[in-house]
Write a protein that binds this ligand. Structure first.
Ligand SMILES: [Zn+2]
Length: 281
């Protein structure tokens, strides 16, 4: 039975990557992928729950190097969000952080793959009735293209307004090709949003790619061309990015980490004669 991913870790060299669940998402498959039909989903029934909803994970990642403790994205926080496209249930991130025996004050860096509410709003919590940053000692990093996409779109700020207001004085830019710490490089992966980023972790011959929201479901490994209505930046560019990333993921000793993919967020992908397939997760 398909389910949202649970707490789990992998290591690459001396880097440990831990998935910290915040909750789960239920996507409406034919509104998220509007060119698909019920027939398409017959082939992927194992990704759907009993009500025909596409099951997704919701969470963040802890990246622990010998020197630094980095949180990648921050989850949704303790709220429920419901729309015609998906329902999203968060709030477990900090209790999962405790499982690693870490306190929010121990986070050195928070890196945002992009500034959607399910990746950003967990960086804010209420303290004495006022919003405050959840990780008080962290540096907060994002690509400048992602931060500045709100400049001329005041309406789109609404769902992340508290976070943007609090981060205004703290945010630092981490651009494509730069390293946030040694061995962890920023990749520009536009499409889902215009400033979307991924992270490439290199440890010896091993590579781990933190994918952010390039993929929302394992079905997109076989169907990167399916239009995803959640790719609000540029849906066609998102398809190009997905294909390029599948080629990267099919390289030897490479693991992908996909925020919303069900069962496990850690993916191995192989090239086939006419595309790509999920090897294990
Ligand atoms: Zn997301």
């Amino acid at each position: 039975m398909v389910k949202a991913a649970t707490y789990s870790s992998i290591t690459a060299g001396d880097v440990r990557i831990t998935y910290l669940p915040d909750g789960y998402i239920l996507f409406n498959p034919t509104t998220v992928f509007p060119t698909t039909t019920a027939t398409d989903w017959q082939l992927y029934r194992n990704e759907l729950d009993d009500n025909g909803q596409l099951v997704g994970s919701l969470g963040a990642y802890l990246l622990q190097t010998p020197e630094q403790t980095i949180l990648i994205d921050a989850g949704l926080g303790p709220v429920t969000y419901e729309s015609s496209r998906f329902k999203c249930y968060g709030g477990q991130l900090l209790s999962n952080l405790e499982r690693v025996e870490l306190d929010p004050a121990d986070i050195d860096i928070v890196f945002f793959t992009h500034m959607h509410s399910d990746h950003v709003n967990g960086a804010v919590r209420e303290v004495n009735g006022e919003p405050a940053l959840t990780f008080p000692n962290a540096r907060y990093l994002v690509r400048s293209a992602e931060w500045h996409r709100f400049d001329n779109q005041p309406a789109s700020r609404a769902s992340v307004a508290d976070a943007l207001n609090l981060l205004e004085q703290r945010i630092e830019f981490a651009e494509e090709g730069g390293f946030i710490v040694p061995g962890v490089r920023v990749l520009a992966t536009p499409g889902h949003t215009t400033g979307h980023a991924s992270l490439l972790v290199t440890a010896g011959k091993e590579r781990v790619i933190i994918l952010g929201d390039i993929f929302h479901s394992a079905v997109q490994i076989e169907h990167p061309e399916w239009t995803n209505s959640l790719d609000g930046g540029d849906p066609e560019q998102a398809k190009v990015t997905r294909r390029q990333m599948l080629q990267e993921l099919a390289q030897p000793a490479t693991t992908g980490v996909a925020t919303h993919v069900a069962n496990s967020v850690f993916l191995k992908v192989a090239a086939t004669h006419n595309g790509f397939q999920l090897l294990e997760r």
